[in-house]
Design a protein around this ligand. Structure first.
Ligand SMILES: NC(=O)c1ccc[n+]([C@@H]2O[C@H](COP(=O)([O-])OP(=O)(O)OC[C@H]3O[C@@H](n4cnc5c(N)ncnc54)[C@H](OP(=O)(O)O)[C@@H]3O)[C@@H](O)[C@H]2O)c1
Length: 302
């Protein structure tokens, strides 16, 4: 049997990364560069050491980030803080080493690089101007810029509201709604906001296409349905036949009292992904249906 190609990755133990490994490990061997494996990406020499130890690597998927948006906002503007260090300096280190070693890099970014104020009717495209309104999104945009500037052979993929059937260490939005509907404790859901939930299994499938074709540039790797959290909760309630009540909330009212800025209409278009790479992302109905099958089957899901 032919040896599997090696993929280096950061953040492979996280919400998205661990499912990517689970779904693609029959095709690739993975080496994880993260704190648990003794690699701090904010230290370029550590990044260099581990990447140069694997000259045969086929590519690097960079997922590691400081992802708690509310906690990140407490470090706003602090370039010594962990958010800037991990998201910007860490990404700079990864990109510089990838450029030096001519290693194909997939840099994972976020829909929070947009302000969500007034997206075009079809959703933000990769050509639309970015304008992050809080520190997490600002550092993620700085990371994108560092990747572009590095000269590394790289794709930047923006994901949004990723979800999966199971991951004990961190709840995603869909599982949080399921849990709260079960106990009838769901807080009011905004009807005047747009988000794009993205099934992580689709992200993994798409990343395989990136590793095969190695395109460069920016891509929106998001689900095919933009909807309000209120509508999402209704779909989840129906799909999983859950008991709880769904109250309607107002983003506009909530935003007046919130401690950090929030994006109201985060609709992104994934048309380029389909056009250039032939990748189709699930609609929310398709993804919830698959999720339901996974949750009810005995298949081992992390
Ligand atoms: N989750 C979302 O809602 C969302 C939405 C849009 C975009 N994204 C992007 O998608 C990517 C993955 O997100 P996620 O939710 O899967 O992340 P996550 O579950 O929070 O995991 C973050 C990962 O980063 C690693 N990490 C943190 N600091 C590090 C450091 N200094 N050196 C090495 N590794 C470090 C962590 O390793 P340890 O466990 O060892 O600390 C962990 O594996 C991120 O780039 C994020 O910005 C996420």
């Amino acid at each position: 049997m032919a040896a599997k190609s090696l993929i280096l990755g950061t953040g492979l133990s996280g919400l998205v990364g661990s499912r990517v490994v689970e779904l693609l490990s029959s095709q690739y061997d993975f080496v994880n560069l993260d704190l648990a494996t003794g690699i701090d990406i904010t230290d370029k020499s550590q990044v260099d050491r581990v990447i140069s130890a694997h000259p045969e690597a086929h590519g690097l998927i960079h997922l590691a980030a400081f992802t708690d948006v509310s906690k990140a906002s407490q470090q706003k503007g602090d370039r010594e803080g962990l958010v800037y260090q991990v998201n910007v300096v860490g990404s700079q280190n990864i990109a510089r080493v990838a450029a030096e070693r001519k290693l194909y890099l997939i840099h994972v970014s976020t829909d929070f690089v947009f302000d969500g104020k007034n997206p075009p009717p079809g959703g933000y495209t990769e050509e639309d101007s970015t304008h992050p309104i809080e520190w997490y999104g600002q550092t993620k945009l700085m990371a994108e810029e560092a990747v572009r500037k590095s000269g590394a052979p790289a794709a930047i993929v923006r994901i949004a509201f990723p979800f999966r059937s199971h991951f004990a260490s961190k709840l995603d939005l869909v599982r949080s709604i399921i849990d709260k509907l079960k106990t009838d404790s769901l807080h009011p859901m905004f009807a005047d906001q747009t988000i794009i939930p993205t099934f992580i299994d689709d992200i993994a499938t798409a990343l395989k296409v990136f590793l095969d074709k190695k395109p460069s540039g920016t891509y929106h790797l998001v689900g095919s349905s933009g909807l309000s959290p209120f509508d999402l909760a209704q779909k989840i309630k129906t799909t999983f036949n859950l008991p709880g009540t769904i109250k309607q909330g107002s983003f506009k009212d909530y935003a007046k009292t919130d401690t950090r800025p929030r994006q109201q209409y985060l609709k992104l278009s994934n048309a380029k992904l389909k056009r250039d790479l032939g990748v189709t992302m699930s609609t929310i109905d398709q993804a919830l249906s698959t999720l339901k099958q996974q949750l009810s089957s005995s298949t081992k899901i992390i």
